[in-house]
Design a protein around this ligand. Structure first.
Ligand code: CMP
Length: 138
């Protein structure tokens, strides 16, 4: 079993899509083994997205990610990282396959509904950013 970090972004939380998105995860046999609603400060968003610091979209991305509540969660299942990325679809909703979360609910590449870890190394780092071991109940 593999774990991955998922974030339901402010654009999706503000549209009350948390339950719809969680149902997609559960239908795909991903278990939500940790979940919390929180609002990042801009500094925390900058730390989380540190890898993108040099990119032109960095400050706008961090502003959006700290603009309202998010839901951070740990998903667990077989091939959870790849499975979650399939469910999310391409980063830009305009390029995402029909039926994916980003295609169905995304407004733009920035307001693209969800974030998901892209590798086992990043999943471990990103899970550790939001959750302690005690909060992950398999
Ligand atoms: P996410 O999976 O959260 O990882 C980094 C985020 O940066 C990505 O989703 C997008 O929301 C955002 N992003 C990536 N590329 C661009 C871009 N060209 N313009 C604006 N935002 C971007």
């Amino acid at each position: 079993m593999e774990k991955t970090l998922s974030i339901i972004k402010p654009d999706a939380v503000s549209k009350n899509l948390t339950g719809v998105i969680n149902a997609k995860f559960e239908q795909a046999k991903l278990r939500i083994v940790a979940q919390k609603r929180l609002q990042l400060t801009t500094t925390q968003a900058e730390e989380f997205y540190e890898v993108h610091r040099e990119r032109a979209f960095y400050s706008s991305l961090c502003e959006h990610m700290s603009s309202g509540p998010i839901v951070a969660q740990v998903l667990c299942g077989e091939n959870a990282i790849a499975k979650n990325r399939d469910l999310m679809g391409a980063t830009n909703p305009a390029n995402a396959d029909v039926g994916t979360l980003r295609r169905e609910y995304g407004e733009s590449i920035e307001r693209n509904v969800v974030h998901g870890s892209d590798s086992p190394e990043n999943a471990a780092l990103e899970i550790g950013f939001f959750f302690s071991k005690l909060e992950i109940i398999e």
